[in-house]
Design a protein around this ligand. Structure first.
Ligand code: IPE
Ligand code: IPE
Ligand code: MG
Length: 359
């Protein structure tokens, strides 16, 4: 455990340095355009650096080191930032889609700009539109900057193309996964199998491509890439189920985001599917009346939480996570040649954290 924490601390520090360096270079370029552009990139940097666990770039770096411990390329950390930047672009858009006000303990990007507009005297509708426009642009900027970080890593041509391919694959899956999620909100026939497919696309693919990106830079074998893919998918799915659990049962002080938003939006999380599966007819009736209802009171949100607990849905989610976790962990044993034990162990510890975390 302590070796895991030591490696984590060291790697997060290196990722953070590379990220700030990259974003500062963008702020410097933007300053040449106008002070307004500079301010915009500074706001993006603030959003990105006020928090965040940096899980995905850590997976890139550890993916590399599990194949080749000695780093023999110049800009591994810059390339690793690509997936963190993409992730942040998707969060910025996700906050807008989910109507969330808080992220990592601060204002969401659209809320920041909406309030700037209000403070200068704009009416409610204009301010709302302004916040939305800026968040669309902010996400656009980040998604492109992420791809730029790979180019700026000056990788060998074949590896660079492969990393861009992984990036694009992750991004297109993410968007298709969010589309599926939107559709599931109104689709009466959606199932927990569809949910697992949806979170595979929305969340887990970025986990497995991050590992594969690192491994590709270390020139991994097909078998090693495959093992990372299996691990990343299962662990990424478990991670999203825990995100759902924290989205209703977390402590807002710790998660830095809302713990009633999913219920108010009527999101079809794994908690919801497990409730459909396990609730008594009376619980189900009450649940259907409440979930996603317009203008829910705090007491009604609490009732939904109680049904998640009393029906056994919460416990079932925990069991699902444990199953996904152990299936993912076992997949790492299939890599040929086998992974460096120090970093393989790191991945096991990290995956345990992902399902036990409270933030
Ligand atoms: C949150 O991801 C969004 C999901 C994909 C569930 P993280 O929990 O990795 O968010 P940060 O980067 O640490 O804030
Ligand atoms: C995660 O979506 C963001 C994407 C993968 C696009 P969620 O809505 O589930 O995550 P949080 O809870 O807002 O971080
Ligand atoms: Mg969200």
């Amino acid at each position: 455990m302590s070796e895991y924490l030591d490696i984590l601390k060291e790697e997060v520090k290196s990722v953070e340095t590379a990220l700030r360096e990259f974003l500062d270079s963008k702020i410097e370029n933007a300053a040449r355009l106008s002070s307004w552009h500079k301010q915009y990139y500074e706001n993006i940097k603030e959003y990105m650096t006020r928090g965040g666990k940096r899980l995905r770039p850590i997976l890139v770096v550890v993916g590399f080191k599990a194949i080749k411990e000695k780093v023999d390329i110049d800009h591994l950390y810059r390339a690793a930032c690509s997936v963190e930047i993409l992730h942040n672009g998707s969060l910025l858009h996700d906050d807008l889609i989910d109507h969330d006000e808080t992220r990592r303990g601060g204002k969401t990007f659209h809320a920041t700009y909406r309030d700037i507009s209000s403070e200068r005297g704009d009416g409610k509708e204009i301010a709302f539109d302004y916040g939305m426009t800026m968040a669309i642009l902010g996400g656009d900027s980040l998604i492109n900057l992420g791809a730029e970080a790979i180019t700026a890593a000056k990788l060998d041509a074949d590896v660079g193309v492969l990393c861009q391919h992984y990036y694009q694959f992750a991004y297109s899956n993410l968007v298709d996964g969010v589309l599926l999620e939107m559709n599931m909100i109104t689709d009466e026939d959606s199932t927990s199998e569809m949910y697992l497919q949806m979170v595979r696309m929305k969340t887990a693919v970025l986990f497995d491509r991050s590992l594969m990106m690192g491994a590709a830079m270390a020139r991994a074998s097909e078998s090693q890439l495959h093992a990372f893919m299996e691990f990343g998918i299962k662990v990424g799915q478990a991670f999203q189920i825990q995100d759902d659990v924290l989205g209703s049962f977390g402590d807002e002080e710790k998660t830095g985001k809302s713990t009633s938003g999913d219920i108010r939006e009527g999101k079809k999380t794994m908690l919801v599917f497990e409730t459909y599966d396990k609730a008594t007819p009376a619980q189900r009736k009450e649940f259907d009346e409440l979930l996603g209802k317009n203008g829910m009171s705090d007491d009604e949100v609490d009732r939904v939480r109680a049904i998640f607990r009393e029906s056994g849905a919460l416990k079932a989610c925990q069991e699902q996570m444990n199953h996904l976790l152990s299936t993912g962990q076992v997949a790492l044993d299939n890599a040929e040649p086998s992974l460096n034990p120090k970093y393989k162990n790191f991945l096991i510890e990290m995956s345990n954290f992902l399902v036990q975390r409270d933030y």
